[in-house]
Design a protein around this ligand. Structure first.
Ligand code: 7TS
Length: 404
């Protein structure tokens, strides 16, 4: 049974006050909070078996290696990858995207085209622009409509035999739109293009099945789903990961090194140069365990209730406009008050202990589309409550009164 009060007891930070008010944390799309089950795993690692991995014969090193590799297996099972070695540990979504974009440098030609969507976070735009600069390939953009949805008929027109790669987020961080990635993947494959899905915003809400999706690359960050920062994963189909060259050179990623020639290690180590975030990988596994114990169906159902409730209550405020009104969206509400800068609203909310994000949310093309400088973004997690939504609504009303 889903019991939010019970769940909240797992999150020590939710007991703190900000500016003399109980914290209302509604910035979950930026980073989620960490339950004590995950904090305990981090403390246990540094208290009891902190050591470098894959290289020591001593007991601590073996314990750390086992726990780290166990983390990889948990991720593999969670996303239903066929092989454990298809999971590459990264420092986060940004790292995973750069790894793939860098790898494609040697695979693209001048006449090739790659497709991005209008709804992307900068980290799923800039690495591909850099790739185009290196290779001469052309970047095309799937446009969006006023509801904040991608226009699939336009996507169809962009695809051709020149298309080599399509990269799109599963869920938009700025608007919450859930994109039709099944359709996008199927159509891309029909012209022989590979697909990378940025799952930074989907992994806190949806359990992806990479085999069922038939996606070529799927990336995410642990810190969006109750895990630590500086940790993430790249799933890549074995065939693609074998084709891509290593991203960084160094220890751990080699088979043999001489001054004449170096050979690379097998997957996944070929992409994991240097000492990784060992504790991060172990804690990522613990975060997956934690979220699965609550259950992704229960999480999605509850968050949807919160989204519907908050949408209804916020829209009662005159002059409030929500950006991103697709029927297919997750628990993110981006909004503005008429004639008031989002930063000012965010500052007043903070004085009331309410944490939201304001600005362009690293998605400037979306703000340009709506011709606005930014929005106030409230993003809800499964540990938020309706009374926190009420606090947000009354805070926004107060901000409106003070600023108009
Ligand atoms: N892609 C999407 C869709 C994101 O939402 C983010 C982070 C990233 C990539 C980058 O993830 P990182 O872990 O590598 O930094 N999004 C946000 C946000 O919406 N507010 O702060 C960070």
């Amino acid at each position: 049974m889903f019991n939010v009060e019970h769940i909240r007891q797992d999150f020590p930070i939710l007991n703190r006050e900000v500016n003399g008010k109980p914290l209302v944390y509604l910035d979950n799309a930026a980073t989620s909070q960490t339950p004590k089950q995950v904090i305990d795993v981090i403390v246990d690692y540094y208290s009891n078996y902190n050591a470098n991995i894959h290289r020591g014969v001593h007991t601590l090193s073996q314990e750390a290696t086992d726990a780290y590799e166990q983390g990889r297996i948990k991720i593999q099972k969670h996303v239903n990858a066929k092989h454990t070695h298809e999971i590459i540990f990264t420092s986060g979504t940004t790292h995973g995207i750069n790894l793939v974009a860098n790898g494609f440098s040697s695979l693209l030609k001048k006449e090739d085209e790659i497709i991005v969507s209008a709804l992307e976070h900068h980290s799923n735009i800039v690495p591909w622009q850099m790739l185009c600069e290196r290779t001469g390939a052309t970047l095309k953009v799937i446009p969006m409509n006023l509801e904040g949805e991608l226009i699939m008929s336009e996507y169809d027109k962009l695809l051709s035999e020149n298309t080599k790669l399509v990269f799109v987020n599963h869920i938009s961080n700025a608007l919450g739109t859930i994109n039709p990635i099944e359709y996008i993947i199927e159509k891309a494959h029909a012209v022989g293009a590979a697909v990378l899905v940025d799952g930074a915003q989907s992994c806190p809400h949806i359990k992806p099945d990479v085999q069922d999706l038939d996606v070529d690359f799927y990336v995410t960050s642990a810190h969006k789903m109750c895990g630590p920062t500086g940790e993430g994963m790249l799933y890549g189909k074995e065939t693609w990961l074998k084709k891509l060259p290593p991203y960084q050179g160094g220890g751990e990623m080699i088979a043999e090194v001489t001054f004449d020639k170096t050979t690379y290690a097998d997957l996944p180590h070929k992409f994991e140069a240097g000492t990784p975030n060992i504790c991060g990988g172990i804690a990522f596994g613990a975060a997956i365990d934690y979220m699965n114990a609550i259950g992704f169906d229960a999480i999605a159902k509850y968050e949807h209730e919160l989204l519907d409730y908050a949408t209804e209550k916020l829209l009662e405020i005159e002059g409030l406009k929500i950006y991103g009104t697709s029927k297919h969206k997750t628990s993110v509400i981006s909004f503005n008050l008429e004639g008031i800068h989002p930063y000012d609203v965010g500052t007043i909310l903070d004085k009331l202990g309410i944490a939201v994000r304001t600005g362009h949310h690293c998605a400037q093309p979306i703000m340009d589309f709506y011709k606005i400088p930014g929005t106030v973004r409230a993003s809800f997690a499964f540990y938020n409550t309706k009374s926190e939504v009420d606090a947000l609504v009354s805070g926004v009303k107060k901000a409106k009164m003070m600023l108009s």
